[in-house]
Each structure stands twice: as C-alpha cells, then as structure tokens.
Design a protein around this ligand. Structure first.
Ligand code: SF4
Ligand code: SF4
Length: 129
C-alpha cells in the first residue's frame, strides 16, 4: 500500500464510495492527475494544475470543463466549447466515482487549524466535472 499526503479545502465534501455519484470532493485529482491532467501538470503524481475549487458550490471542478481558457491560455476562445466536450468524455463525467483512494483521518494539527485550506495549484484517474 502506498501512502500520500494530500491537502483538500476544509469545506470539500467527503469522498463517496467507489461507484457512487461524484460529489466533487477532489480526492482523485489531488492525489494524481488523469492522463490529460498529467500532460497539463507535467507530472503523474500530486495535484493536477487544472483542478479548480468552486466557492459557490463548495466542490472541486475540472478546469478543462469549467474554465478551459484559464487552463489553456493560448487556446482560441472559439475552441473552448470543444475542449469542454472532449474533457467531459476524457474524464468519464457522470459515471460515478472511480477513485479507489482510501483516506486516513486528517492530522489533528490541521483540524485544529481549520484544515489545510486551499493549496496552490499544483492531481485520480478522473474527475470532478
Ligand atoms: S471521482 Fe474524484 S472528485 Fe469525484 S467523488 Fe470520486 S474522488 Fe471525488
Ligand atoms: S479531471 Fe482532474 S486530473 Fe483530469 S484534468 Fe481535470 S482536474 Fe485534472
């Protein structure tokens, strides 16, 4: 078993069971990026640089879906909808949680401090859309 420390927003929802509806907990994309996310982030471990926290819905979203122009600043504005459609297919949106990550309780010091907060953009197999 491999252990890894990840930081999540204190208001992020708890990770659901495998196969349940995705709730945007962000665990998968914080642990390791999907293939497109790995390309964007230039790494296979850790937080995906495309991951975005949505303060309105209190959940993580995939930046390729909600803000393709911000994730790919060189992208022509007209290509945004296409990237969004491709991203929804890549990340298998709406198919339920496919992350097998198991979470250990947060560190007591982090909990006392109100949680680790929102770390700098920095990684799952998929996919809060
Ligand atoms: S797919 Fe990712 S963001 Fe969605 S519920 Fe599972 S771990 Fe959380
Ligand atoms: S689904 Fe997650 S890991 Fe993949 S590109 Fe989007 S934010 Fe990154």
């Amino acid at each position: 078993m491999r252990y890894q420390t990840i930081q999540l927003h204190p208001s992020a929802p708890a990770k659901p069971d495998w196969g349940a509806a995705c709730n945007g907990c962000g665990v998968c994309c914080t642990a390791e990026p999907c293939p497109p996310g790995a390309w964007l982030s230039r790494r296979w471990k850790g937080r995906c640089s495309a991951l975005r926290w949505d303060e309105n819905t209190l959940r993580y979203r995939c930046g390729l879906v909600v803000a393709p122009g911000a994730v790919l600043p060189w992208l022509p504005r007209a290509a945004g909808p296409l990237v969004r459609r491709l991203a929804l297919r890549w990340i298998a949106a709406a198919r339920g949680c496919d992350s097998a990550v198991e979470l250990a309780p947060a560190d007591a010091a982090d909990v006392a401090a109100g949680g680790p907060g929102e770390p700098a953009p920095g990684g799952g197999s998929h996919q809060p859309s």
